[in-house]
Design a protein around this ligand. Structure first.
Ligand code: BGC
Length: 735
């Protein structure tokens, strides 16, 4: 031990003995920041100094915002409008944990005075549609920087629930239906958030895949299938992002609440994945004291609104006294929380509230992400990009004259400039409905100064159709609002399908621009020549949409989820269930289900057009460790520069679904340029989880490796013989 360490330990021991006395007197001059060693050692040395009450302080988090109607007053030191607050231990120099939602930006709640105007990224699904971990990382770094500037040191970002149910009202927060894509994108976002020396949280662990009955719904899914789908998304996000914390979900999995589920928490997360951080409950998701503690929950969150009393704190003391939990367990819980605080900079680099924010720079980060995530779904006759010149353009609906839509619930970010369309229902939880003040109409007018661009709000379809008929081209903005705590119909809101039909009948040169939480059915799709999926495009969405429409940006987004043609193509087409949610499709989520059943989707997973073309040549696959690597050449054969997402799909002997995404990479190419790319395939994606032996395994045999523009447009395939493989549950790829 260094001499600094020896001196510190001596003082620590002395202080530990005198702790109760010192607590009533002046704070001791020894601070956590001076503790030497690794994060684990520093955490352990603090726990030695702590009284039981101090340890318990770390194990419960208050709701961070006053709610007068619920008679709830947040602790005075909570940051206004925030999701949560865990008091610190000033005597030891341990700061509070100031927690803010969420993955799209610094989200706030409460009354008007509590809401902070901050920069919103596009939705999580939009970022996933970029298939670009760098975009995700930059977005995470941006929102993490705003969180730090606001004095938050724990961000409840990193949402990676799989899109098992396209009607889930929270799909916009997540990253789609494929575990590799979702885990990679969300892991990168978490790493970006944490580059600000704050903690990010991966959530909602696990299988919180719909909002209907979210507090009690019981996800039932065969273990191997669970490991290969929802859990794999978490596993990859954790490997890539190293989050300080995991949020256990509201729902039950296999009969037990997620936050008192020893299989999820102790076995999979801790023993098998070796997760060193702490587990906090979703807000009000703790249901027991000893059961949750012994199952691996460390911190109960959300006291104040949902609960009349704590499962942690006093009840923990009672459980200790009754011998239901061991004192070492309390030490372990406190140590895990402190370890993450040390490991992620909360102690050494404390946050300071009220730092300046560079909104202009942050809006640019958001715009870049939006531009990378917009997907050109259809472009018959190269209707897009819009030709420059003196043309008449009709812009219709979707409040395109005012702004762009965002998703609701706890992740709602309030924009600088205010809500562009205030007063839409619902105005209270899960609302308000918020439009960001970035008008596609105004941005189009800026980019096309010689065009005559007129707007109809679409409330009178006949008037809108007349405007469209008199124009060279019509742009219809279709919207679907989605939010936490509700699920949605798989369609545009209200009568917008009829509006699209009326417009395309009046003018066949119609482009539909979608702003939706996720996939929607498009009964008019065959009639409309061009369709753009803009998701919820964030604070600069209007500018991003206009730049893609006009060709200032060449679209490069690809679908992170299948767009079904009809509801009956889904594994569960009926009304969303309550109680037991038997996921019979198992690991066949999204495109795997569609492929296994032979359903023809409206637009397949991975699909996304460009204003240029990319061709693939010379595909070869070779073994690499237990996995493989695919190598190929990509050439931009069109006339514009652009970015391509090279998608590699793999198939193995006897698989129930013909293919899985094995890897992907994004490449930017000038016209005529060729680049050789390598795509590495994780061996877990070549195999199955073998529950009896607790390992990933694949059989010897012939595997196919394909490259394509989507899961349904494979252009080249090679075969490779692989020997058998067995990987332990803790296996992870080398960095
Ligand atoms: C949501 C979480 C969120 C928490 C705190 C819950 O209702 O499910 O995603 O982080 O509230 O606002």
């Amino acid at each position: 031990m260094t001499s600094r360490g020896v001196r510190w330990m001596a003082l620590a021991v002395a202080l530990g003995c005198a702790a109760p006395l010192l607590a009533q007197e002046e704070p001791a001059p020894v601070l956590a920041a001076q503790a030497p060693g690794s994060a684990e050692e520093r955490a352990a040395s603090m726990v030695v100094l702590m009284t039981l009450d101090e340890k318990l302080t770390l194990l419960k988090g208050y709701f961070g915002t006053d709610f007068p109607p619920a008679d709830y007053e947040a602790p005075a030191d909570a940051r206004y409008g925030s999701a949560g607050y865990v008091p610190g231990i000033p005597r030891l120099g341990i700061p509070p944990q100031w927690q803010a939602d969420a993955g799209i930006g610094v989200a706030t709640q409460g009354g008007a005075a509590e809401k902070r105007a901050r920069t919103a990224l596009p939705s999580g699904l939009a970022v996933a549609a970029s298939w670009d971990p760098e975009i995700a990382r930059a977005g995470g770094a941006m929102i993490g920087a705003e969180a730090r500037a606001d004095g938050f040191n724990v961000l409840l970002a990193g949402s990676v629930n799989l899109m098992r149910e396209p009607r889930n009202g929270r799909n916009f927060e997540y990253a789609g239906e494929d575990p590799l894509l979702a885990g990679t994108i969300v892991g990168a976002q978490i790493a970006g958030v944490q580059s600000n020396r704050i903690i990010s949280t991966v959530k909602h662990y696990a299988v919180n895949d719909q909002e209907t009955d979210r507090n009690d719904g019981n996800a039932l899914i065969e273990e191997g299938a669970l490991r290969m789908s929802d859990l794999l998304a978490f596993q990859i996000a954790i490997e890539k992002g190293d989050p300080g914390s995991v949020m256990c979900a509201y729902n039950r999995v296999g009969g037990l609440y997620s936050c008192e589920n020893p299989f999820l928490l102790n076995q999979v997360l801790r023993e098998e994945w070796d997760f060193p951080g702490y587990v906090l409950s979703d807000w009000g998701a703790a249901h027991s004291t000893a059961a949750a503690t012994n199952a691996g929950l460390d911190q109960e969150s959300g006291f104040g609104l949902q609960r009349a009393d704590w499962f942690n704190a006093d009840k923990l003391k009672a459980a200790l006294a009754a011998g239901e939990i061991a004192e070492e367990q309390i030490d372990l819980m406190a140590a895990r929380i402190l370890r993450s605080m040390f490991a992620h900079g909360l102690i050494d680099d404390p946050v300071v509230e009220g730092q300046p924010i560079d909104f202009a720079a942050n809006r640019a980060v958001s715009q870049r992400a939006a531009e990378a995530g917009i997907v050109l779904l259809k472009n018959d006759g190269d209707l897009l990009p819009l030709a420059i010149g003196a043309r008449r353009i009709a812009v219709i609906g979707g409040h395109a004259d005012k702004g762009v839509l965002s998703g609701g619930g706890s992740s709602q970010v309030y924009p600088d400039g205010g809500n562009a369309v205030p007063g839409l229902e619902p105005t209270t939880w899960p609302g308000p409905v918020v439009y960001y003040p970035s008008s596609p109409l105004e941005e189009l007018r800026k980019l096309l100064p010689d065009a005559t661009i007129e707007y109809a709000d679409g409330s009178d379809p006949a008037a809108a159709a007349r405007l469209a008929a008199a124009a060279d081209i019509a742009l219809v903005f279709g919207t679907q609002w989605a939010s936490e705590s509700i699920d949605v119909e798989l369609k545009l809101d209200g009568e917008q399908d009829a509006l699209v039909n009326a417009i395309t009948t009046a003018n066949p040169n119609t482009v539909v621009v979608l702003q939706t939480g996720g996939p929607v059915l498009m009964p008019w799709a065959d009639k409309v020549p061009a369709i753009l999926a803009a998701w919820y495009p964030g604070r600069m969405g209007g500018a991003a949409i206009a730049r893609v429409l006009t060709g200032a940006v060449n679209p490069s987004g690809h679908l992170p989820a299948t767009f079904p043609r009809s509801l009956d193509q889904l594994p569960w087409p009926g009304e969303l269930r309550k109680g037991d949610l038997v996921y019979e499709e198992g690991a066949l989520v999204g495109y795997k289900w569609f492929d296994a059943k032979g359903h023809e989707p409206l637009f397949p997973f991975g699909h996304g057009l460009s204003y240029t073309r990319f061709d693939y040549d010379h595909l070869v696959a070779t073994r690499e460790g237990e996995g493989l690597v695919a190598m190929l050449e990509v050439t931009n054969t069109g006339a514009r520069s652009g970015a391509d997402v090279v998608q590699v799909y793999v198939s193995g002997p006897g698989w129930p679904a013909p293919r899985r995404l094995g890897g992907f990479t994004r490449v930017e190419l000038e016209p005529g340029e060729t680049e050789r790319v390598e795509v590495h395939v994780d061996p877990r994606l070549l195999g199955d989880w073998y529950t009896n032996r607790r390992c990933w395994t694949h059989a010897a045999g012939a595997y196919t490796v394909s490259v394509g523009h989507s899961s349904r447009e494979l252009t080249d395939t090679v075969t490779i013989e692989l020997p058998p493989s067995y990987l332990p549950p803790e296996w992870r790829p080398e960095d």
